[in-house]
Design a protein around this ligand. Sequence first.
Ligand code: NOJ
Length: 483
Amino acid sequence: MERYGTYGKLNSNEFPGDFLLGTATASYQIEGAWNLSGKGENIWDRYTHTHPELILDRSTGDVACDSYHKYEEDVALMKKMGVQFYRFSLSWSRILPTGFAYQINPDGIRYYNDLINLLLKNDIIPLVTLFHWDTPQPLEDLGGFTNALMVEWFEDYARVVFENFGDRVKLWLTFNEPKQTCHEGVGGDNKAPGYESSGIGDYLCAHNLIKAHARAYHLYDKEFRPKQNGSISITIDTSWMEPGTNSTADKEAAERKIAFNFGWYADPIFHPNGDYPEVMRKLVPERSKKEGFRRSRLPEFTKEEVKYIRGTFDFLGLNHYTTLLVKDIPEIPISGKPSVDKDSRTESWHDPSWPPSSAGWLKVVPWGFTKLLVWLKHRYGDVPIYVTENGFSDLGEIDDQGRVNYYKLYLSAMLDAMYEHKVNVKAYAAWSLVDNFEWRDGYVNRFGLHHVDMNDPGRKRTPKASAEYYRKVIAARKIHGID
Ligand code: NOJ
């Protein structure tokens, strides 16, 4: 066993025989072709076109990696690394240009059919996300996820997807990171559409989105699973929340923070009792009342809804990158606008000694990954976990030793959880196959295993050191570089 800095020993165990190693992307971040071949406008088209100042390099996803035209090259890159699965997302507006199911774009169906067929031909399993933040603009004009009818519109879209691709796609995710859609997009302005309605709009959005997930799950379960026999779930992200000190107050604050950050979306689906975390159902009504609201800002699920939503998963999708320290804020004065952060009575920050990435929010804290996986097992039971994203950002180096180091440490931390704590992790996807549009960070902070030259009209791809490293890990089925 090799010693690794302050992180202890690297785990030398092999990935179990049925463990899947893959990579991931998302439609808006790589496809481009934003208005070609019948695609409709989505909220990220609108956001980047109308507010270029909100994107670090004033860029857009109009062309991105041009994967709409270069998907064959993408599949070849994956084949070379030997990945077992590819997680990508469908663009709702490419399939249904208005968002509604009465007009299906044949070219959208053709594009995803071509991609899926090529993956299968290359023995790469497709893991398909239905929604990775890119709401069709016409639906956003009607309120997007703050409109309760979104549950039905999403179900209609899901039906079109299952009907067209379900004969070949056996792994599905309804939503990617709902917190970014609801808390950052509706609650804040860090993501599209940027409504800045925290503590009200984000709770409403999450309420509808969770119901939409459950609706799509039941649709699949009843009407498609009998013939298609696949698995379906949702991917939720969280940092590990480490208590800032050993005090009971900070330990409770860290639990509260993970409840407000992850449990908000995960408990209704994965917790045996269903519904929002108890602490949210206590604190939000209490604070709403003190603020003068006539009713809680946190909507309530009916008993029937709790039952309908609970258990709508075949596995747990997790995106994880980093860790935060958390402290208790006992009293937050009642003033100004409400917010989820005020409701949670916590504050979080990074330990300044944690190694950085190029993105301020992402510090390298592998032990947090182990702790999170163990926590998930305690909270939700022995559910199979698919790590659907994990990765590191830099400014685009080809010899990306920072990323190689990150993967080494995080894969080791995951193996620790699997071997030392018997956490049932079944799959791991490295984010991302290629450098791509990193939302508000544009093309500045890059996560790719492959470099993409954004100034080249041909969007030339070049493998980085991390692509070669990951290839060796996949071939050896253990962390490369230790015995
Ligand atoms: C999570 C998101 O799902 C993905 O779109 C994003 O690029 C990565 N995190 C990195 O920030």
